[in-house]
Design a protein around this ligand. Sequence first.
Ligand SMILES: [Zn+2]
Length: 676
Amino acid sequence: MPEFKRYLVTSALPYANGPVHIGHLAGVYIPSDIYTRYLRLKGEDVISVCGSDEHGVPITLKAKKEGISPQEVVDRYHNIIKKSFEDFGIAFDIYSRTSNKTHYETASGFFKKLYDDGEFIEKTSEQYYDTQEQQFLADRYIKGTCPKCGYEEAYGDQCEKCGSTLNPTDLINPKSTISGAELTLKETKHWYLPLNKHEPFLRKWILEDHKEWKPNVYGQCKSWLDNGLQPRAVSRDLSWGVPLPIKNAENKVLYVWFDAPIGYISATKELTNDWEKYWKDKDTKLVHFIGKDNIVFHCIIFPAMLKAEGSYILPDNVPANAFLNLENDKISTSKNWAVWLHEYLEDFKDKQDVLRYVLTANAPETKDNDFTWKNFQARNNGELVAVLGNFINRTLVLTKKYYDRVIPLPNKINEGDTAVLEGILKTKKDIEENIEIYKFRDALKAFMNLARVGNKYLAENEPWKLAKTNPDRVRTIMYVANQITAALAILSEPFLPFTSEKLRKMTNIVDAKWEDVDLGITKPEHKINEPELLFEKIEDPEIEYQINKLLKTKENNAKETIELKPVKETVTFDDFQKLDIRTATVTEAEKVPKTKKLLKLTLDTGIDKRTVVSGIAEFYKPEDIIGKQVQVLVNLASRKLKGIESQGMILMAENSEGKLCFVSPEEKFENGSAIS
Ligand SMILES: [Zn+2]
């Protein structure tokens, strides 16, 4: 492994069209923050850069919808996002944005250099043009019928119904989403980055030289490369974005995928005049933290851009995470299926570290993972409160009680004590090894294990029982427990920065560094400060409140998406009169064996007793419906279902989710009463 003199850590630029949620935090920002804090604590030369991605079509669409300017949209969300990161202790050295001047200069300078070097291909093609609005339309501005599934609201780049990737020209009856007008094809010129030209280099660089990348990242790159790379347009016909710095390119801007990663460079420039040291010196280790949806941009396209430019280094690693789901459903901004960071802090004030802890312990490092409120509560109560908090509190409170907050001089340190003390160094090494290969879950596990060891040590040695009879032994026990507490104060910093700060104050080792983690951090005579509680139990009603909030979201979404079936063809009164519908009572009910949906019912129709098989077993239990009155179509031709002769059909109402319920008379009615 090559040695590096300094580190440049980048975190995916969040898109400024909405606030950030737990999925963002778990996927990108907590891992990058753990990594950066760890390196800083070790005294490494490291900078961490990020910023808002403020260009692209969704932002212009949102602006148009709300009747405000794109700048107003990005100003709003940039500030919300920036504050959320600050509130959660995500310690970037700079959080910038791509709508600022430095970025415009950097991005257009980058384009110009590649343009002058002949690194682009110029191509004229036909694209859809809205004659009413007098502009070319990007993919998301075009709607039409999906050629694959017939969905009428498919976008120019994707059908959200069947998930197919589309080109605008694939759509049947394409229309402008702005004016509603039909579209005409018109010629337009664009510049393309010939990714195919860089393919041989990318193959060697990734597939041979970076076999250590995470399997999900390496695998996705390999599949892209094996499918063959195509030239990719770097410009668009839009008014919102970085204008092309060349002649005859009016109303053309850089495609957002091209300008966004350059945002990392712009942010570094804003941070330090020494920016080139971080971007152009081979002794710098560049690490991109991203989510899995960004792998191709950071592993293939951005490196191809950097290579084409010629003076930049390439990333050493791109530790992309998979996605975090919420209560078993995909997190979705548009469906409001998320835990928003700013809302979390309103409900769980000062509990940033609890969320950081749970998201790290459940991080989607190798595959998609799930966040549930029950698990959040269980980890808080069972791990942070019962293990880490309990151990530290006992240690500090007893130190205050027995020694007036002064670390005691140990007496004889026995084998058991030594084993526990040596656990400190082993833990430190475990954490280092795991963080350095981006296994943050395992690193956190190692950290918590030290707290478990300490908790067990106190429980087994019971200093509170020996205090009167064997004070010499108690001095040793409390000395050992204090060493573990001090180690936890330092080792917790990458994962739980707020807790670490409190703990450092309590143990009076505010300035301690990673290298100070040793067998004897707080020496005898060292005076600690007043202990306070680090964590508190989260009670059931708080969790129920969160779960109910999500249930409400689900209900609201269901209401919005109800698609009522169109009214059927007109029938005459005589047609209706042909149907003989009667009130009947269910007298017997049982499940039809080996089926999920069918119940066999015996009905008293007033006219006769008959058997009807009905597909309602998912909604009604047999024992619950005996005695129930229903409406039944009695002159329906009988038919056999699973070998049972079904004589008629019970009327059911069906909602948008396919749920069924009986259509029953409002009051008890005679069996055989006819519907008319
Ligand atoms: Zn479709």
